[in-house]
Design a protein around this ligand. Structure first.
Ligand SMILES: [Ca+2]
Ligand SMILES: [Ca+2]
Ligand SMILES: [Ca+2]
Length: 195
């Protein structure tokens, strides 16, 4: 049944006082929902290409994923992120094949939960989120990461941040909302007083 027809029938059908009040309250509730404003499910992705960058044994490379300069941009305290992952591409330099089994890279994020050791299967490795990483993304739109070679040397290829959340939807014109609200309330009141 089309929504417009449902509302028309809803307002037009006779009923007892209690039912009418219920309808009025429903309409006011619908109007309030418009004022709060809807949010749109969003995915923000930020990829840093390192060129690649050569990392020698014991060396640390630090970088920051910044979602505030992306298109569309993440706006802290307006948009909201509830989850993310980090995909990091590292390849071996192939100059020291005897070290392949012992090379270790440590990936460090804010907090401890998202930290981990790179698995040298030379595939892209995925790291989960940490609480402090999530906090940093929500408050600043940024995530600090550092990669340290604990043993061996390799090439840092890229780092990709995938963040899931809600973007604040554009807020409708206040005048239009007031007109809509006044219209609905007027209509509801007329039905109520007629009954
Ligand atoms: Ca960025
Ligand atoms: Ca950490
Ligand atoms: Ca190596």
């Amino acid at each position: 049944m089309p929504a417009a027809f449902t509302i028309k029938r809803y307002l037009g059908s006779p009923g007892k006082e209690g039912h009418k009040m219920k309808r009025i309250i429903t309409l006011i509730a619908l109007f309030s929902l418009c004022l709060v404003g809807p949010a749109v499910a969003s995915l923000w992705t930020d990829t840093i290409n390192f060129g690649p960058t050569y990392v020698q044994s014991g060396q640390t490379v630090s970088y920051t994923h910044d979602l505030t300069d992306n298109t569309p941009a993440f706006t802290p305290l307006q948009d909201f992120i509830f989850g993310y992952n980090l995909v990091i591409g590292i390849s071996d330099d192939a100059n020291d094949p005897s070290y392949h089994t012992s090379e270790v890279a440590f990936v460090n994020q804010p907090g401890i939960l998202g930290d981990g050791f790179y698995n040298f299967s030379y595939d892209n490795n995925k790291f989960g989120m940490s609480f402090f990483g999530l906090l940093s993304l929500d408050l600043l739109g940024k995530l600090d990461v550092s990669i340290t070679s604990l043993c061996g040397d390799f090439y840092l290829q890229y780092s990709q941040l995938n963040a899931k959340g809600c973007a604040a939807a554009p807020v409708p014109e206040p005048t239009a909302l007031l007109l809509l609200g006044a219209g609905l309330l007027g209509l509801a009141w007329r039905k109520y007083s007629q009954g």
